[in-house]
Design a protein around this ligand. Structure first.
Ligand SMILES: [Fe+2]
Length: 367
């Protein structure tokens, strides 16, 4: 089992599903001749080697799916070459589209967070997710990439879908508008925090900023309580969005109160992410939020149906980031805060990987 999952698999071993799935064979035979696949009569003839890409959880219920890769003897460059190509391919999955039902909200796997959620008074409680987020998301990098970086996969080139000649122009036009707004707010925030005006914007230069238009299908998932994005905080610096087509976003204030967001027409909403919390040693906390179908979403769905409008909840969000190669640490007078020790200096790129690893570790705790 181990060798089949990670390592080599010679030809003539793997049985294609269509050889053993009679239901599938029936469907294949019912297809018109010019669309029919070849019905296999034996195992696949190709040989294959399997190499795991990315970190594994140290404890898991699924040991055989998470075992260490096998490195063939006599190839000292093996790991370097496999990882280099593997991470490049993996990053095209990360920068590009992410269908609904893929991303696991932190609140699904973080038991500590779940405990806190259950301890909240009923009217402030988030919906505890029972599965992955339902929203789909596309990611587009905004702004120049560093020519040299320790964190190549966080800084890869964006994927442009075929058949949209205006794609780059439209994405960049909206992306740069949002980014320059964030920069203006970041300067104002620095002044407000009694820091030099360019404290935050200097760190954001060459950052892996992402424009992430998000779509949630209210036709398939228009029932009350459907979780499009489970209770979580954003791990970037500042998140900025234009008003979404449908309500459903709730945020938690610092005093614990839960508020359903209503963005006035022509206004933008900005939320603090974990990087801002880091730079201010927790003086400005990352804001918790969720996107769930509520009574107001249901009312908006009814109104949209009457007017024959689309039932896709679309929001266009920009996630601004501190540059991967910049150091995250409490800035200026925040370094003297008693909470500063909770925010030890580290590269922003390492911080991102650490966040993902925490979710991984929590996942095994939850198992
Ligand atoms: Fe978020």
């Amino acid at each position: 089992m181990y060798d089949i999952q990670v390592g080599t698999k010679p030809g003539g071993i793997e049985i294609p599903r269509s050889l053993v799935d009679l239901e599938m064979q029936k469907k294949m035979r019912a297809m018109p001749k010019d669309r029919q696949p070849i019905i296999p009569t034996g195992p696949d003839l190709r040989s294959q080697y399997m190499w795991r890409v990315g970190p594994r959880p140290s404890k898991t219920r699924f040991q055989e799916l998470n075992s260490e890769p096998v490195i063939p003897e006599g190839f000292p460059e093996w790991k370097k070459i496999m990882d280099s190509w593997g991470f490049k391919l993996l990053s095209t999955v990360e920068v590009g589209t992410k269908p609904g039902g893929i991303e696991i909200p932190r609140s699904l796997v973080d038991l500590e967070m779940q405990k806190k959620m259950r301890a909240m008074p009923k009217d402030r409680q988030p919906i505890i997710p029972t599965g992955p987020d339902l929203r789909s998301q596309y990611m587009w990098r905004v702004g120049p990439r560093p020519s040299k970086t320790r964190f190549q996969e966080l800084n890869s080139e964006p994927v442009i879908p075929e058949g949209f000649p205006e794609w780059k122009k439209i994405m960049d036009s909206w992306g740069f508008k949002l980014l320059s707004t964030v920069e203006a707010v970041a300067e104002m925030a620095a002044i407000g925090f009694d820091l030099p005006k360019d404290s935050f914007t200097n760190l954001m230069k060459l950052g892996p900023h992402l424009l992430g238009p998000t779509g949630s299908d209210l036709v398939s998932h228009g029932e009350k309580g459907a979780v499009f994005a489970g209770y979580h905080y954003d791990i970037n610096f500042l998140t900025i969005h234009y008003k979404s087509r449908f309500p459903g976003l709730s945020i938690w204030l610092r005093n614990g109160e839960k508020v359903e967001v209503k963005v006035p027409d022509g206004c933008l909403l900005i939320q603090a992410g974990k990087e801002l919390e880091y730079l201010t040693a927790g003086d400005c906390m990352a804001g918790m939020h969720e996107v769930v179908v509520t009574d107001s979403t249901l009312r908006a769905i009814e109104a949209a149906k009457k007017e024959n409008r689309s039932l896709w909840r679309v929001s266009s969000t920009l996630f601004s980031n501190v540059a991967s190669d910049a150091v995250l640490k409490p800035l200026g007078h925040f370094a003297k805060s008693p909470l500063a020790e909770n925010y030890p200096p580290l590269f922003a790129g390492d911080y991102f990987e650490k966040e993902l690893l925490v979710i991984n570790l929590k996942e095994k705790d939850g198992a």
